[in-house]
Design a protein around this ligand. Structure first.
Ligand code: PLP
Length: 449
């Protein structure tokens, strides 16, 4: 199909997630055609360094033969097997075993989903099942962080705390609550790391009290590094303090590692940095490196045992036709090989250090208010006035301009709520890819000044 037809049909028939529909109708889409390594090409043949790994998912980079071959072989031998009832397939079982081995502590039970939103949704449903099985019938409220993102399902989107996911959707629901994020740049300036942690702990305790005490609260959800809220990195010790507080209050702690899992921040899972073992963990994205849809909810044995006993001889009525899809699972196994024996995790850590150092070198740029990094994950908070921290969106609309400039300079990044630029380059990047990324970013910033 030629470009004009594609552009027309895209405008006529594709409803793009998270884009104002009229903006799409006016400007159309950036249609990508091919990709290799860390680079993508659009239908005009224009090459771009994908500084965002698609949507923070293509950790391995594009065009990996081993992943493609694994998918091809699985398509030939068994393209589908349900995970429902008593059916299973070999790659799905192997992947569950590998995830259980890799995950911290006793997160030994794996519930496969199609992505992150339904992993979060599954967690919410199974938490209900868990507490109802224990006879703790009032433990319904769930607390999450302001600026958090937990997907777009009809329940998960209420735990997400970004306004566009609530407005006109009648969210959040009555049992969904939020406490302030660990966001010192705009929320608690001047506090030391320890003070931020202490404040977060007391915010959580106060919220639990306000909701009627621990008997009325089921769980606390957080991302180990907040992604879509603007890549907000907590101080070291935060996760452990929040985890310990949840244990003390007898509420479950869920780590949403959909972005941070699989080497994005350095280790396989970001929770490992502080030796934290959550009661539940959600993963997706890097699990298959985006080559096929798949997510998972991992749960501790202590959660599974209660659910299994609570079910007795009746089914746990929650499932998806494509749960544990064998092609996605085969891809997941090939991707895990790359992280481990293929050296991708090690490369991500090494290049991630370099990336952090180079980005920090840009801190004096007049448009940069703060640089936040965690391995191959970064948020650059843009300001038009460093002293007053004036957001560019209010004055100059820097971010839309930046998208255009970025494109001209051959760089893809993400602009959050018009004042934070996000980067999540593939873990396969070399040091010279990072040099290219930084040079293109600096040029982009200079051109919008
Ligand atoms: N949780 C987090 C932390 C995410 O960042 C995302 C997506 O970006 C999700 C959940 C939802 O995942 P998905 O888009 O695969 O449904």
């Amino acid at each position: 199909m030629n470009k004009d037809a594609l552009m027309t049909f895209d405008r006529q028939h594709l409803f793009h997630p998270v884009l104002p529909p009229h903006v799409h109708e006016e400007h159309g889409a950036l249609i990508l055609e091919s990709a290799k390594g860390a680079y993508v090409k659009d239908i005009d043949g224009h090459e771009l360094l994908d500084g965002f790994s698609g949507l923070w998912c293509v950790n391995a980079g594009y065009g990996h033969e081993s992943i493609i071959n694994a998918a091809h072989e699985q398509l030939k031998t068994l393209p589908y097997a349900t995970g429902y009832f008593h059916f299973a397939s070999e790659p799905t079982i192997q992947l569950a075993k590998r995830l259980a081995d890799l995950a911290p502590g006793n997160l030994n039970k794996v519930y496969f989903t199609l992505g992150g939103s339904d992993a979060v949704d599954s967690a919410i449903r199974l938490i209900r099942f868990y507490f109802n099985s224990l006879g703790k019938l009032n433990k319904k409220n769930i607390i999450a962080l302001e600026k958090g993102y937990h997907g777009s399902s009809s329940t998960g989107a209420g735990l997400t705390a970004l306004p566009v996911f609530h407005q006109k959707f009648d969210l959040p629901l009555a049992w969904q609550h939020h406490i302030p994020s660990h966001y010192p740049y705009r929320n608690g300036e001047g506090l030391s790391d320890q003070e931020i942690i202490n404040k977060s702990v007391s915010d959580l305790k106060a919220k639990v009290e306000q909701l009627g005490g621990p008997d009325h609260v089921a769980a606390f959800f957080c991302e180990p590094v907040q992604g879509s809220g603007g890549v907000i990195v907590p101080p070291t010790g935060y996760l452990k303090a929040m985890r310990d507080t949840c244990r003390e209050l007898d509420i479950l702690f869920l780590a949403d590692e959909v972005i941070t899992g699989f080497g994005r921040t350095g280790p396989m899972f970001a929770c490992e940095t502080e030796g934290v073992v959550p009661d539940m963990m959600t993963v997706a994205k890097g699990l298959t490196s985006g080559y096929a849809p798949m997510g998972a909810l991992l749960m501790g044995d202590h959660i599974y045992d209660v659910i299994a006993d609570g079910a007795g001889n009746t089914p746990v009525g929650h499932g998806f036709t494509y749960s544990g899809h064998p092609v996605s699972a085969a891809i997941g196994l090939a991707v895990l090989d790359l992280y481990e024996s293929g050296g991708l995790l090690d490369n991500g850590q090494k290049v991630g250090n370099y990336f952090e150092q180079k980005l920090r070198g840009l801190s004096d740029h007049p448009l940069i208010g703060e640089v936040r990094t965690a391995g191959m994950l970064a948020g650059i908070e843009l300001v038009v006035d460093k002293t007053n921290k004036t957001k560019p969106s209010a004055a100059l609309q820097v971010s839309p301009k930046m998208y255009k400039e970025g494109y001209k300079n051959g760089l893809i990044f993400r602009a959050f709520a018009d004042d934070v630029i996000g980067f999540a380059p593939p873990l396969c990047c070399t040091v010279s890819d990072i040099d290219i990324l930084i040079a293109r970013f600096e040029k982009t910033l200079n051109n919008v000044l």
